[in-house]
Design a protein around this ligand. Structure first.
Ligand SMILES: Nc1ncnc2c1ncn2[C@@H]1O[C@H](COP(=O)(O)OP(=O)(O)OP(=O)(O)O)[C@@H](O)[C@H]1O
Ligand SMILES: [Mg+2]
Length: 265
């Protein structure tokens, strides 16, 4: 499936290696991926296959060795300076000396010059949407891991970025809250479509949320398969019980199993 309206994220032939114990280890081997504006793409794959590395390259936190990334037609550095990229990292990285509300407001105070003309979400409203309305004056140390993760999600949305990059944002939540937050994220995204790149280890989560699922393989990290998720939208929890969902679950699990088995032979 191609993008509904233009290229949000374009990753072209990206290679990335790290030096480990004096040796160069390839973590991203010729990765190419396009995420259209308004498209939700999940990335799934065995631990260590390079999912976070890919996300960091797209976010501009790491430079690729070769290849290119453009965001909404711009270089990553200019998109980032324009605050077009929202990032929810794998660990929440909240400032412990600031309250939840101050943490969420933080992006508004950084590089104020690029704020002009941007639609800015109200931090308190956003916190309410992610179930933290009663915690705005608390400090991160007073919150559970899952609540910290939700505060990090609210912070990433405060600038109404065109591109949202999320690295296992719900991994610290219990099953009930995980489901609630998936629905909250879907509702939010369905009313306000962005290009989303969403890293997860959960097959049901990837299916529930995505238009496409990118299955990565390890050693070297690369794209093994891309699976279309053609379930109708808007989606809610009823989708889990459908035959179409179960069929997709089998397809994605088989693809993942093939990659994991290959890694162990
Ligand atoms: N800064 C770094 N220096 C050296 N090696 C690194 C660095 N960052 C990541 N790696 C290695 O690159 C590989 C991919 O790491 P990455 O964090 O992208 O994996 P991942 O797919 O996100 O894994 P997980 O599912 O466990 O989060 C791993 O082998 C990791 O050890
Ligand atoms: Mg990771």
């Amino acid at each position: 499936m191609t993008s509904p309206s233009g290229a949000g994220v374009e990753v072209r032939n990206v290679h990335k290696s790290f030096r480990v114990d004096g040796q160069s280890v390839t973590v991203l081997d010729d990765v190419s991926l396009t995420i259209g504006m308004g498209e939700f793409v999940s990335v799934i794959g065995p631990s260590g296959c390079g999912k976070s590395t890919l996300l960091k390259v797209v976010a501009g936190l790491l430079d690729a060795d070769s290849g290119s990334v453009t965001i909404d037609g711009e270089s990553v550095s200019s998109a980032s300076a324009d605050k077009k990229i929202g990032l929810v990292p794998q660990s929440p990285a909240l400032l412990p000396w600031k309250t939840v509300l101050e943490n969420v407001q933080l992006p508004l105070n950084v590089n104020r010059r690029s704020n002009g003309g941007r639609s800015i979400g109200d931090a308190e409203t956003l916190l309410g949407r992610f179930g933290l309305g009663a915690a705005t004056k608390k400090y991160p140390g007073q919150l559970s891991g899952g609540m910290q993760q939700r505060a990090a999600i609210a912070r990433a949305f405060v600038f109404d970025p065109a591109i949202m990059l999320m690295d296992e944002p719900f991994s610290a939540l219990d099953e009930m809250n995980r489901d609630l937050q998936r629905i909250a994220l879907l509702d939010f995204w369905q009313s306000n479509r962005k290009a989303v790149m969403f890293v997860t280890h959960s097959v049901p989560e990837a299916i529930m949320l995505s238009d496409r699922i990118v299955v990565m393989a390890a050693h070297p990290g690369r794209i093994a398969e891309i699976i279309d998720v053609d379930l109708p939208r808007p989606r809610n929890e009823d989708v889990y019980a459908t035959d179409a969902f179960r069929d997709l679950e089998k397809i994605v699990r088989d693809a993942l199993r093939a990659q994991t088995e290959r890694a162990h032979v």
